[in-house]
Design a protein around this ligand. Structure first.
Ligand SMILES: C[S@@+](CC[C@H](N)C(=O)[O-])C[C@H]1O[C@@H](n2cnc3c(N)ncnc32)[C@H](O)[C@@H]1O
Length: 223
């Protein structure tokens, strides 16, 4: 494990505990992927998934497993919470895909340089768990050969109000974890600076699921 910020790890570990990982794994086995995961999966499959995926903040690995089942050859999942790392490895064994899924424990911002580039980089509901979107997105675009697919809470007053309320409750219970609603416009501007253009956006009331591609490769489909 590597980190520049031990307070992030402590808060993250408390939020994404063994019990939460067990609950998420049971839900995924019973009901399949959550809505944002389905939206990102379908956007990636529509654009052509390529051979390799880097799934940042993979959780129990739902998006990784969906893409492996759809034909992606190899996935590297980077995950900061030890409980999720263990759950993802366990599920990979159960699905007989351990040889195609490499689960790396760490803060992606710190370990990105040691992780191989991939055709597609994904971050499903991850930027909202990290105080600054900038280092995460910058590390993500550097590792992406073609596509970046990520979901995040929409930058709307009612989403900000709900996330603010959740943070207040956490503070009351001395839970140091905080959720963040980052500016969609600022994230788009950062990605544009790095040569990525938005290919599509799918939204629910709370979430946005965006697919970006390298401007020079955005229209190229690969399987
Ligand atoms: C809300 S969960 C989403 C998990 C999964 N992607 C999903 O949608 O089911 C956010 C995940 O991002 C991870 N995470 C947040 N910041 C991270 C970072 N800098 N490096 C690695 N993982 C990170 C957390 O540990 C957590 O597992």
């Amino acid at each position: 494990m590597s980190s520049c910020c031990s307070s992030f790890f402590a808060a993250n570990q408390r939020q994404f505990s063994d019990a939460v990982a067990r609950r998420d794994l049971t839900r995924y086995r019973g009901r399949g992927p959550d809505q944002t995961t389905r939206l990102l999966r379908d956007a990636i499959l529509g654009a052509g998934h390529g051979k390799t995926v880097l799934d940042v903040g993979a959780g129990i690995g739902a998006l990784s497993f969906e893409l492996l089942a759809a034909g992606v050859e190899r996935v590297t999942a980077v995950e900061a919470a030890p409980a999720y790392v263990a759950a993802a490895r366990q599920e990979a064994g159960r699905r007989n895909v351990s040889d195609r899924l490499d689960v790396v424990h760490g803060d992606f911002v710190s370990v990105a340089g040691a992780v191989a580039q991939a055709d597609v980089v994904t971050m499903d509901r991850v930027v909202c768990c990290y105080p600054s979107y900038q280092p995460l997105l910058e590390a993500a675009v550097r590792r992406s050969r073609r596509l970046l697919a990520f979901s995040y809470p929409r930058d709307r007053w009612y989403v900000r109000a709900a996330v603010g309320l959740q943070n207040m409750v956490r503070a009351l219970f001395r839970n140091p974890f905080r959720g963040f609603v980052h500016s969609a416009r600022a994230m788009d501007a950062l990605l544009a600076q790095h040569g990525f253009v938005r290919i599509e956006r799918r939204a629910t009331l709370k979430w946005s699921a965006d697919l970006y591609g390298r401007a020079d490769a955005a229209t190229t489909r690969t399987r």
